[in-house]
Write a protein that binds this ligand. Structure first.
Ligand SMILES: Nc1ncnc2c1ncn2[C@@H]1O[C@H](COP(=O)(O)OP(=O)(O)O)[C@@H](O)[C@H]1O
Ligand SMILES: [Mg+2]
Length: 274
């Protein structure tokens, strides 16, 4: 059993976000929400990312596939400020240089990330998990909780509905199925109203039915925000229907419609043929 996490996070000082007027206001006037250009990350001389360039348009639902070790998670680490590139450029919209912001600043600027393993608060109810996420959000802390508790409850109810957990609001998160925990975690990210959502292998370990429901959820969420999904399950990727990028050895090997990249001999060679 893991200990219940401390609630101290709700009292941490608000993150500082330079050059950003309103929360979640990345400048996407040039259509592109995410620019990675020539990004290189080395670990002890090994190039986990090798001059990677990748551009995601505002409103896109992009899938990233590729063999283990291709650099998919490292790419997400660069976008979220967890790993600093040795060289290259990483921008959120026109104005936010991701290589100069902290992880907290990047989250506050509107990039939400779901890790592969669900990290919900198991000893709290589903509702409380969302409440904690809301309290951790600095705007919510200033507005919703100071004056409008009803509005906060409405927002939580809305998110529960969206992630299909309205019927589970009073259950302990630890009692949810693996798939339900993943949805709860997505709900906790939605509290921050991210403009860009990063999902690392969201359907790993899910049943077929959970996978299908997750596809519906992600397609629905993509109507109002940009999403980048890393996933090995190609049936799920097909179901999402967006543009696909194949990473290999830290760079883009192929990009386009799933059927086209699947037919690319280089992709068959390094990924599908195994
Ligand atoms: N912190 C680290 N230290 C050393 N090597 C790492 C570290 N993180 C990732 N790597 C290496 O970088 C490469 C890319 O890893 P990763 O981004 O996790 O790939 P993927 O998510 O596509 O499977 C792998 O060879 C991995 O072993
Ligand atoms: Mg990975």
């Amino acid at each position: 059993m893991t200990a219940a996490p401390s609630l101290a996070m709700a009292r941490e000082p608000a993150p500082r976000v330079p050059a950003l007027g309103a929360h979640g206001a990345a400048d996407v006037s040039h259509r592109v929400i995410l620019y990675l250009e020539d990004v290189t990350v080395t670990f002890d001389g090994f190039r986990a990312l090798n001059a990677l360039s990748l551009y995601v348009d505002a409103g896109e639902l992009r899938c990233i596939i590729g063999p283990n070790g291709a650099g998919k998670t490292t790419m997400m680490d660069v976008i979220t400020g967890k790993t600093r590139p040795d060289s290259g450029t990483a921008f959120f919209g026109q104005a936010l240089d991701l290589t100069r912001l902290s992880e907290a600043e990047i989250a506050a600027a509107g990039i939400g990330r779901k890790f592969q393993k669900p990290t919900v608060f198991e000893h709290h109810t589903v509702f409380e998990n969302l409440e904690l996420a809301l309290r951790a959000d600095r705007r919510a802390r200033r507005t919703l909780f100071a004056t409008l508790d009803g509005a906060a409850r409405d927002r939580i109810a809305e998110i529960l509905e969206l992630v299909r957990l309205s019927g589970e609001a009073g259950r302990l998160a630890g009692q949810l199925s693996h798939g339900q925990k993943q949805w709860l975690e997505i709900g906790m990210l939605l509290v921050q109203e991210p403009q860009l959502l990063l999902l690392d292998e969201p359907v790993a370990g899910m049943t077929d039915e959970e996978t299908e429901r997750t596809a519906e959820l992600v397609v629905g969420l993509a109507k109002e925000r940009s999403i980048v999904v890393v996933e090995h399950d190609l049936a799920f990727v097909a179901r999402l229907g967006g543009k696909v990028t194949v990473l290999h050895e830290g760079a883009v090997l192929a990009e386009g419609k799933l059927d086209d990249v699947k037919a690319d001999p280089r992709v068959v060679e390094v990924y599908l043929g195994r």
